[in-house]
Design a protein around this ligand. Structure first.
Ligand SMILES: Cc1cc2nc3c(=O)[nH]c(=O)nc-3n(C[C@H](O)[C@H](O)[C@H](O)COP(=O)(O)O)c2cc1C
Length: 196
C-alpha cells in the first residue's frame, strides 16, 4: 500500500537559530499521536528532493544518495500501524508490512525504553556500494558522514515542529534488518514523539 504524503512546508514558525538552540536529545514522549504532516516533514527533512536535478535536503558525496529511510509508525494519524519505506521521488511511503513493531525495535535497541514508547521510529539505512563503487573504501566514511547530515536534519525538523527525537546508535543490526525486511544496513534509529 502506498500513502501520498502532504506537500512539505518550506516555511516554519521559529527561527533557525532558535531551532539550533533548542535542539536536544529527547527520550520521553507523551502518549499521543503525531500527524501525517509531521511524518511528511520529518521524511522530507531526511531525504526530500529540493531541486529539478534531484538534489536533496541533505548533501551526498557525488550525489549518489546511498541512504534509504524506513519508519515504524505505531501512532501516526491517518495511517495504519506498520513498517513503511520512504520514496523521495514521489514523496510517498510504501507499506512494507502492517502491524506494531516498536516493541521489537526496542528489544533490538538493547531495551532502550524511548523506542517502545514513541509513536514513530525512523531508521536511517545505507547501501554502501552506491558510494564505494565510485570512491572505494573512502566511500564508507562518506556514507557515515551523510547519515550524520540526515540525522541532524531530522533532529532540527523535529525541534521546529515541537517534537523530540534522539539518535540511537546502540542496536543489533541484524535484528533491525529483520524487523524492517531490509537488505540495507541500519546506521541510526530515531524515535520521535511529542516531548513529555
Ligand atoms: C553516534 C551516536 C550514538 C548515540 N547513541 C545513542 C543511544 O544509543 N541511545 C541514546 O539514548 N542516545 C544516543 N545518542 C545521543 C547522545 O547521548 C546525545 O546526543 C548526547 O547525550 C548529547 O545530548 P544532546 O543530543 O541533547 O545534545 C547517540 C549520539 C551519537 C552521536
Amino acid at each position: 500500500m502506498i500513502v501520498n504524503l502532504p506537500s512539505p512546508h518550506t516555511k516554519g514558525f521559529i527561527s533557525f537559530e532558535e531551532v539550533l538552540y533548542r535542539r536536544r536529545s529527547v527520550r520521553e514522549y507523551r502518549n499521543e499521536p503525531i500527524t501525517l504532516y509531521h511524518l511528511s516533514q520529518l521524511l522530507w527533512s531526511a531525504q526530500g528532493i529540493t531541486s529539478e536535478f534531484g538534489y536533496r535536503t541533505a548533501p551526498s558525496a557525488g550525489a549518489l544518495y546511498p541512504l534509504e529511510i524506513y519508519c515504524s509508525a505505531e501512532n501516526v494519524e491517518g495511517i495504519d500501524a506498520g513498517i513503511y519505506k520512504y520514496d523521495p521521488f514521489n514523496h510517498q511511503i510504501a507499506c512494507v508490512k502492517f502491524g506494531f513493531y516498536n516493541k521489537e525495535l526496542y528489544k533490538a535497541c538493547l531495551y532502550q525504553p524511548q523506542v517502545a514508547d514513541a509513536p514513530l521510529v525512523i531508521v536511517i539505512t545505507a547501501v554502501f556500494e552506491r558510494t564505494t563503487k565510485k570512491y572505494g573504501s573512502r566511500g564508507i566514511r562518506y556514507v557515515f558522514s551523510e547519515v550524520g547530515h540526515v540525522s541532524q536534519n531530522i533532529y532540527l525538523q523535529a525541534t521546529a515542529l515541537g517534537l523530540g527525537t534522539v539518535a540511537i546508535g546502540a542496536f543489533e543490526e541484524d535484528m533491525i534488518k529483520d524487523i524492517l525486511n531490509a537488505s540495507e544496513e541500519p546506521i541510526y534509529v530515531m524515535p520521535v514523539g511529542v516531548p513529555l
